[in-house]
Design a protein around this ligand. Structure first.
Ligand SMILES: Nc1nc2c(ncn2[C@@H]2O[C@H](COP(=O)(O)OP(=O)(O)O)[C@@H](O)[C@H]2O)c(=O)[nH]1
Ligand SMILES: [Mg+2]
Ligand SMILES: [Zn+2]
Length: 308
């Protein structure tokens, strides 16, 4: 029996669901693919699988091999020892999804998601959801730097439908991975855009972070080769794989001034002749983005120290 080709749309410790010509096959993994190790098979991977001839077994088939990944979005795992968590592979773009309130947008997390996207050369956009709750001026002001950096901002409300047509247009024909804190409205937006009914979570008053309702990454196929990948929320979006010395390279507004630094190994903190510090002083660089860089640099260095 010949092998078939399909794409992983879901995986748990027990099974992998593979989409092949519009049909979903629940597959087991060949032994060597089940072995621990980091991210042997992730949502978005293209795989070779075979169907089970034997109808007595519960699964529909078995994954034999995983094709090489072209591109993927990673962050660092929230818990346990330092490990890469690949959110999704073989996507075309990233959308950082945040809400104005409940939970309130954290720009540090947004900047990290954008940096991880730059690192993988994936285009990224910013979705600000829950516009029905109003966007404070201070948030609008902070957001205003992003379009110039190449990140389009979409303002949506899954509640009232505002901005959903434009969101749908931006997602059409592409595979997009959504990442953002729990409760921002990722699953609600996907439900609305694709006309499906995903479980969404209530955000309790005392816990602005919201409940983790989406517990596994899921690839939702849409019309015409489009797909939206839902991912679980996070406590703290931590970067994976980016070298501390190169962090500024992944922030386009900082990168612009790198060639002005006197020293090659400048970390842009208080080194003399730093082009980035100079740009902050002359007003060519948004001081909040610079402070965000410093915060991210600190946390990356701190984690390296802790992992030692
Ligand atoms: N007011 C308001 N609430 C929303 C909106 N979108 C989602 N929610 C609510 O926010 C909560 C979290 O939504 P969910 O889609 O589960 O967020 P996720 O964790 O990012 O997937 C749910 O109670 C939703 O009903 C919105 O645009 N406006
Ligand atoms: Mg969700
Ligand atoms: Zn510098």
């Amino acid at each position: 029996m010949s092998a078939l080709r399909g794409q992983v749309i879901f995986r748990s410790s027990r099974e992998v669901r593979v989409l092949h010509e519009g049909q979903v096959f629940r597959c087991d993994l060949a032994g060597r693919l089940r072995k621990a190790g980091s991210n042997p098979i992730v949502v978005g991977d293209w795989v070779e699988f075979e169907r089970n001839e034997n109808t007595d077994v519960e699964s529909d088939g078995r994954v034999l091999a995983v094709e090489e990944r072209k591109v993927w979005l990673s962050r660092r795992r929230d818990v346990g020892k330092a490990r890469e968590l690949i959110l999704a592979a073989n996507v075309d773009q990233v959308a950082g999804v945040f809400s104005v309130k409940k939970p309130r947008i954290k720009f540090g997390a947004l900047d990290r998601i954008l940096m991880a996207s730059e690192y993988m050369s994936l285009p990224a956009l910013v979705v600000i959801n829950k516009t029905d709750l109003g966007i404070p001026d201070e948030v609008e002001e902070r957001l205003s730097v992003y379009p110039d950096l190449g990140y389009e901002i979409l303002r949506t409300s899954a509640e009232t439908g505002e901005g959903l047509d434009l969101l749908e247009e931006k997602l059409r024909g592409k595979a997009t991975v959504l990442s953002g804190p729990s409760g921002a409205g990722k699953s609600s937006l996907i439900s609305k855009v694709l006309g499906i009914d995903l479980k969404t979570g209530e955000v309790s008053e005392h816990n602005e972070k919201g409940k983790h309702t989406t517990t596994a990454v899921t690839w939702h196929p849409g019309a015409a080769d489009s797909a939206i990948v839902d991912t679980p929320g996070f406590r703290d979006w931590a970067l994976w794989g980016l070298e501390p010395r190169e962090l500024a390279h992944w922030m386009p507004d900082l990168k612009k001034h790198l060639h002005d630094c006197r020293f090659n190994d400048c970390m842009h903190r208080e080194e003399p002749g730093c082009g980035i510090l100079g740009a902050v002083e002359s007003g060519d660089l948004d001081p909040r983005r610079y402070r965000s860089y410093l915060g991210i640099l600190d946390s990356v260095l701190e984690r390296i120290e802790r992992d030692r």
